[in-house]
Design a binder for this molecule. Structure first.
Ligand code: SF4
Length: 235
């Protein structure tokens, strides 16, 4: 959103201070913010993130125990029976395309990386089904390499916060990266995604029950009455 009123006067230094103030507040509000996909290895996280396109993490978590048990490594994905995999992935939607991605992913990992998921952005983004967002999720959460995940929540929130008006995810990633120390990027992503899922909803943000309302130029975009807003907050 375009900043108006007192926010329009904000200097770059003030923006950095306000952005970090908001993040500190979100840290207190969501002390348990984390990646909501279940995984134990980089390959499992990569697969789960590919499957999370157009569905919820919760839905992905219902199919991955069976999937991970049946396909424990890249070679297993490469040699999987297409119909069997499609049957497992069906509840996540777009299951044919997702099966295709996983079969090709297994093949490419075996052919080019000895079956091991690489830990470099430029290599991850070349893998089937893996865009920049997925690559950053894997880097940040499986390898401990800081990454900003610009998903639909993250993009919406940074624009509502007036941190940027940019809509291009790659530009957003760089602009927001400049506001925070690199070491904070992964957790910042989790906190914003948590806030987007629980309070700052796309349609009706719970402004009257929002801990950062004081620092948000979009306060009032959703109900400001505390009782009405409280009902919009998701646990
Ligand atoms: S005040 Fe409203 S728009 Fe701003 S962050 Fe909170 S819920 Fe979102």
């Amino acid at each position: 959103m375009k900043k108006v009123g007192k926010w329009a006067e904000e200097t770059p230094e003030q923006l950095v201070r306000r952005a970090r103030r908001i993040d500190r507040e979100l840290t207190e509000t969501y002390p348990d913010a984390h990646c909501e996909l279940d995984f134990t290895t980089p390959l499992e996280l990569l697969v789960a993130t590919i499957l999370s396109a157009q569905t919820t993490d919760k839905m992905v978590n219902t199919v991955t125990p069976r999937l991970f048990a049946k396909y424990p490594d890249a070679a297993a994905y490469a040699s999987a029976d297409r119909e069997e995999m499609e049957a497992i992935l069906k509840p996540t939607g777009f299951f044919r395309a997702k099966t295709n991605s996983l079969l090709k992913l297994g093949q490419m990992l075996c052919d080019e990386y000895d079956g091991v998921v690489p830990n470099k952005l430029e290599e991850l983004v070349k893998l089937p089904g893996t865009g920049r967002k997925t690559a950053n999720v894997v880097l940040g959460n499986a390898f401990g390499i800081p990454g900003i995940t610009v998903d639909t929540h993250f993009g919406r929130l940074v624009r509502r916060f007036g941190w940027t008006e940019e809509t291009d995810p790659v530009k957003v990633e760089h602009i927001i990266g400049d506001l925070f120390p690199k070491k904070d990027w992964t957790m910042l992503s989790h906190r914003l995604i948590f806030h987007g899922r629980r309070r700052c909803h796309a349609k009706k943000p719970a402004c009257g029950a929002c801990p950062i309302a004081h620092w948000c130029p979009s306060y009032g975009e959703g109900p400001t009455d505390p009782e009405v807003a409280a009902k919009l907050v998701k646990a």
